[in-house]
Design a protein. Structure first.
Length: 394
């Protein structure tokens, strides 16, 4: 039991670290940061409650169980919404998607200690968690009927899990991305890992009452070990670790007039860092960038950012941005989208009879159809169908 508590404590630490980092991150997509933060914090709550149960800390157990219950009902929706918004990024959650959190709102009402609330038998709840883990509590734990928890929560887990996999398998974005794309590696790792842990929570149902305590301990140990392996794997994948967990990246902020501003992150002065590059060096970097795009077609990676380009060339982001802005005379986003539009223009006539515009746009590196249309109009002055119709006439 001591070893099990030690493993659980390690997992709690990492989950709390990642969740708080995401909640307070000032970079990246805030919707993705908050959704993933809620998922990690909910998982932290589960592990903390499990630690309290195994440590026989009955004094604190009721408080933390009630505190995290609404998050347990929010986490499945956050899982689905995170994957959906990762595939089609959005800076805020549409109003209709807040309906996904109705079960969490009901759970908040459920756990509030109302004066008329029935007496809760915490001893039986603790015993059920020990025997069946946290997903299958048949004892009443608030003002709403017991089946809200025992039936509602497993139904939410399975329903959103199925919806998420449906979203992933039918996503043109994931189908079109190159295998080396960091975004594709991360989202597939995330979905597979989450699926494993959600399905493992149902395994206690397969064991008999006689060997359930032993089986539950094995399940918990396996879950902890797998989670540690995943954390170690991510720690050895800097592109995933820094991009999505520690320092979420959502592109370079664009200043006025569409030009990218390079901030000096080493000083707290708020001033723009002065870039000093000889004209010959700037021209050489520009030529290297063009050659890199032609050879590796990095623009087909939808998550490709200026930091990735700088890493490919082994130069600083400041120098990279300076060359694009002042030598190539474009901002990074327009420059990359120019390559994508050029690629789309060569692929569309070849595949229009069997692929939609959206599919070819995704294959060309665009994350969303709206971004593609804006970039195409900016690059050519026309919308795609008008552009290709005019080209046929000429």
């Amino acid at each position: 039991m001591g070893f099990l508590n030690f493993l659980t404590s390690i997992i709690c630490f990492f989950l709390l670290l990642f969740s708080f980092n995401l909640f307070f991150a000032k970079r990246g997509n805030p919707v993705l940061n908050y959704l993933l933060g809620v998922i990690f914090f909910s998982r932290f709550g589960q592990m903390l409650v499990l630690l309290l149960v195994n440590s026989k800390q009955q004094t604190y157990f009721p408080f933390f169980h009630q505190l995290f219950t609404p998050l347990y009902f929010a986490a499945p929706a956050c899982f689905y919404l995170y994957v959906s918004h990762f595939i089609n990024p959005d800076k805020k959650l549409p109003y209709k998607e807040w309906l996904h959190f109705i079960p969490a709102a009901l759970a908040i009402i459920h756990v509030i200690p109302w004066p008329f609330a029935p007496v809760i038998n915490w001893h039986d709840i603790l015993k059920q968690i020990t025997d069946n883990k946290q997903l299958f509590i048949n004892e009443r734990s608030g003002i709403l009927p017991a089946y809200l928890y025992s039936v509602g929560r497993p139904a939410l887990v399975l329903g959103y899990l199925a919806a998420t996999w449906y979203r992933v398998l039918n996503s043109e974005v994931l189908k079109a991305k190159p295998k080396a794309d960091t975004g594709k590696k991360w989202i597939l790792l995330f979905v597979k890992a989450a699926t494993f842990f959600q399905l493992v929570s149902f395994l206690p149902l397969l064991s008999t009452s006689q060997d359930r305590t032993y089986a539950n301990s094995i399940f918990v140990i396996i879950s902890c070990l797998v989670l540690i392996v995943i954390v170690v794997f991510i720690l050895h994948q800097p592109d995933i670790f820094y991009r999505y967990l520690i320092t979420p990246i959502d592109g370079i902020k664009v200043a006025d007039k569409g030009q990218e501003r390079v901030e000096d992150t080493t000083l707290n002065t708020g001033s723009t860092k002065k870039i000093i590059l000889l004209p010959e060096q700037s021209a050489a970097y520009a030529a290297e960038m063009e050659a890199l795009m032609a050879a590796k077609k990095l623009y087909l990676i939808s998550d490709f950012q200026i930091v990735d380009l700088a890493a490919e060339m082994n130069i600083s982001v400041h120098h990279c941005s300076f060359v694009i802005n002042n030598v190539i005379d474009k901002n990074f986003r327009d420059w990359i989208n120019g390559y994508r539009i050029s690629y789309f223009s060569t692929q569309y006539p070849l595949h229009a009879h069997k692929m939609t515009i959206e599919a070819i746009a995704h294959e060309s590196g665009f994350k969303s159809l709206a971004t593609f249309y804006n970039a195409f109009k900016k690059e050519t002055g026309l919308m795609p169908k008008a552009y290709f119709s005019q080209k046929k006439v000429s």
